[in-house]
Design a protein around this ligand. Structure first.
Ligand SMILES: [Zn+2]
Length: 157
């Protein structure tokens, strides 16, 4: 599901150095962001969450953060996994809703049919968007929260 949890977080503090647009070899454009990365030297507590600070190696700013224990991080990962599953369920429900609507289309007015299709598409797109958002959040979950990011973010990799 995710990287094993050690004594220290593996996710790092990222200071954005620059963003530029590049052409891929297929001719499309992509946004490339470069980060200055700093390891988070805050040991996980035995239980719950602890507060700590990390000095950004790029700008020297002191960033306050909170780090979760291994059990608390595992719980967070499970919560995120359930949320991802729920979002997939919502998307699947709207596929069913759409297909079910096809059976009734003979008895519906054009307006009702259009409303059904609109609701199905909107619900499906929302479910899929939440699914991918949640999947990314789930893969990034390392039990670290920045208190005041001040232009910084967390970066996995
Ligand atoms: Zn910085």
């Amino acid at each position: 599901m995710a990287t094993p949890l050690g004594e220290y977080p593996t996710i790092r503090l990222a200071h954005t150095l620059g963003v530029r647009e590049e052409l891929t070899r297929f001719g499309s454009r992509q946004i490339v962001t470069r980060y200055g990365l700093t390891s988070i030297p805050v040991r996980r507590p035995a239980e719950g969450w602890t507060s700590g600070t990390v000095d950004c190696e790029t700008c020297g700013l002191r960033i306050d953060l909170r780090v979760a224990s291994v059990p608390a991080t595992v719980r967070k990962r499970w919560q995120r996994a359930l949320f991802t599953l729920a979002a997939a369920g919502v998307a699947a429900f709207f596929v069913w809703f759409f297909l079910d609507g096809l059976h009734h289309s003979a008895t519906e007015t054009a307006g009702e049919a259009l409303l059904g299709v609109g609701v199905s598409v909107a619900g499906f797109v929302t479910g899929v968007a939440f699914f991918f958002y949640s999947l990314i959040k789930q893969s990034m979950e390392d039990g670290v929260r920045l208190e005041r990011p001040e232009g910084h973010r967390l970066y996995k990799g």
